[in-house]
Write a protein that binds this ligand. Structure first.
Ligand SMILES: NC(=O)c1ccc[n+]([C@@H]2O[C@H](COP(=O)([O-])OP(=O)(O)OC[C@H]3O[C@@H](n4cnc5c(N)ncnc54)[C@H](O)[C@@H]3O)[C@@H](O)[C@H]2O)c1
Length: 344
């Protein structure tokens, strides 16, 4: 029998539950411990919900695992090989630091850290470690975004002239999301997905111009950003909007429109045929996407990386850190109503 990777999951909110659902489908993984400081989450008598249909379905009730109230005790468990960190963003740095110090592999939910300073320290720790580490930037694995990245790189439809991304939902509630000091507002927590994807495709912009307003987290909860790239080079027109200030009942929506020299691609989560390509003179083409959510492909990919003995791609981790530098420039841009250079 092949050896299974022994996993411990810290934090059993919507993301911890989502990750547990995915591990349950993987034959090369065994979740041997879970941790949450809330007893009802640890014993499964209360459960968080995800924002996308099909997410966070599983429960911990029937799980025959070790249970810890403090994530640090799980990290100290010598049996655990992969520590999966699904606590609030303000706690990412201390848990990543502790887990790497114990020689564990680390999967840490997005954003990599609460601040760019902390994210840079994580990249440095990862460089000095032989463990594998992944920042769970799930959009990089979401089928429609995998398609888009490939279309931009291959130039199948010509050069990408513009990209507009949107992510809109109602306020998730709960103590973590109600404190911008912990979650960074929708500006960091939600909009990070699109800012990171833009960084992943086009690199760090020279500067940003953002506008936004505060909401229930006490921080910026609705943002609209223009990402400004080097004008000397070919630079697409890139913008993105992220908010969780929609009224209750709005649900969750994510979408993009990418305009290429020879095609326009639109993704709309709410549509039956989510991804379409329009080309003048042709019928619109519906793109068949791999079935599944980005979380699943991201976790499968990380587990395979560890089990095959591949080294972590530090450039990809560093990119996740630089994304936070872009977000911090967006915040200053909102506060000063000016174009702000991105320092990374
Ligand atoms: N990838 C995505 O699309 C996505 C979606 C939602 C959330 N997230 C990220 O996942 C992280 C968690 O979000 P959530 O919605 O699950 O939050 P949450 O607040 O619902 O869950 C976090 C859990 O961690 C537990 N916890 C806190 N301190 C602990 C400690 N010291 N030891 C053990 N447990 C502890 C809390 O009790 C809580 O149950 C955040 O960083 C968030 O940004 C990512």
């Amino acid at each position: 029998m092949t050896k299974k990777l022994k996993v411990g999951v810290i934090g059993l909110g919507s993301m911890g539950s989502t990750h547990l659902d995915i591990y349950a489908q993987l034959s090369n993984v065994e979740v041997i411990a879970i941790a949450d400081s809330i007893q009802s989450r640890l014993d499964g008598s209360s459960k968080a919900e995800g924002n996308i249909s099909g997410q966070a379905q599983g429960g911990v009730m029937s799980m025959d695992t070790k249970k810890y109230h403090d994530g640090m005790d799980l990290i100290n468990d010598p049996e655990i090989q992969l520590v999966d960190i699904c606590v609030g963003t303000d706690l990412h740095f201390i848990f990543v630091e502790a887990a790497l110090a114990k020689g564990k592999h680390v999967l840490v939910e997005k954003p990599l850290a609460r601040t760019y300073e902390e994210a840079k320290k994580i990249v440095q720790l990862a460089k000095n470690s032989s463990s594998n580490i992944m920042s769970a930037m799930c959009l990089r694995y979401w089928p429609a975004w995998v398609w888009l990245k490939e279309a931009i790189e291959s130039q199948e439809y010509g050069k990408c002239l513009s990209l507009n991304c949107k992510r809109q939902t109602s306020f998730p509630g709960g103590s973590f999301y109600s404190s911008h000091n912990q979650c960074g507002g929708a500006l960091l927590d939600l909009h990070v997905h699109d800012t990171d994807f833009i960084n992943y495709c086009f690199g760090v912009p020279v500067s940003v111009f953002s506008q936004g307003y505060k909401g229930p987290s006490g921080g910026i909860d609705h943002v609209v950003t223009n990402y400004i790239f080097d004008k000397e080079k070919f630079s697409p027109l890139v913008s993105s909007e992220g908010t969780w200030t929609m009224q209750e009942g709005y649900g969750f929506d994510m979408s993009y429109t990418a305009n290429f020299e020879n095609g326009t691609a639109t993704y709309l989560l709410a549509e039956k045929e989510t991804l379409k390509v329009f080309k003048s003179g042709f019928e619109p083409e519906t793109i068949d996407l791999k079935v599944g959510m980005g979380y699943e492909f991201e976790i499968r990919s990380f587990v395979d990386e560890i089990l095959s003995g591949k080294k972590t791609n530090i450039d990809l981790l560093n990119q996740a850190a630089e994304t936070i530098a872009i977000i911090e420039a967006e915040k200053v841009s909102i506060e000063t109503c000016s174009v702000v250079a991105v320092e990374s």
